[in-house]
Design a protein around this ligand. Structure first.
Ligand code: SF4
Ligand code: SF4
Length: 182
């Protein structure tokens, strides 16, 4: 039986609606590389559990796929389906999914379970200029992303996922670039 989410996605969409990582349009630095499909059209993003309710699933700028959590290395607590979406053209900005709103920051849980925010460490097929140059990000952006992650971590499935990713980084002795800590 699938669990109902405790996350108020509407609130998270509202607080992230207008805030941007830097004061200018960072897409101009890189040609909006994180919004471009790759040659094989494999780029896309997962939705958080329950986030699909923020969409009609009839958006003409999105392709939807239902994925099996075990096949995509999600923790056991995640149920089928995990939604994976690809955008086929530029999105209406106010509708963009949460993962696009939080990038290029990622959550990391320290051994004492304290949340910090780091530069995304996923192996991406493109290079984000903000990460590469360690560009100082807007303080209000960082604060809003921290608020979102504090909220998202209330869902045990999301906490499981973040905990696993954090453990992997620790095992690999990966030294992430820390952007925020409480
Ligand atoms: S890749 Fe980085 S710099 Fe480029 S648009 Fe995305 S977040 Fe901005
Ligand atoms: S949903 Fe919008 S912001 Fe996110 S990758 Fe697609 S075009 Fe870019």
């Amino acid at each position: 039986m699938s669990i109902t989410t405790v996350i108020n996605y509407k609130r998270l969409y509202d607080i992230t609606c207008d805030v941007t990582p830097i004061y200018s349009d960072c897409g101009k630095l890189c040609g909006s590389i994180c919004c471009q499909p790759d040659n094989d059209n494999t780029l896309g993003m997962y939705l958080f559990p329950g986030e699909e309710n923020m969409f009609t699933m009839k958006e003409n700028w999105l392709q939807w796929e239902k994925r099996y959590p075990a096949e995509d290395d999600f923790p056991k607590s995640w149920d089928y389906p995990v939604y994976f979406i690809r955008c086929t053209k530029p999105c209406p900005r106010e509708r963009r999914p949460l993962n696009c709103r939080l990038f290029p920051l990622a959550p990391h849980l320290l051994k004492d379970n304290k949340l910090i925010l780091i530069h995304e460490t996923l192996d991406l097929p493109y290079s984000c200029t903000l990460i590469k140059r360690k560009t100082p990000l807007r303080k209000d952006f960082i604060e809003v992303v921290a608020q979102c992650w504090q909220e998202l971590l209330k869902d045990p499935r999301i906490r499981d996922l973040v905990a696993i990713d954090s453990l992997e980084r620790e095992k690999e002795a990966h030294r992430p670039y820390i952007v925020w800590h409480p």
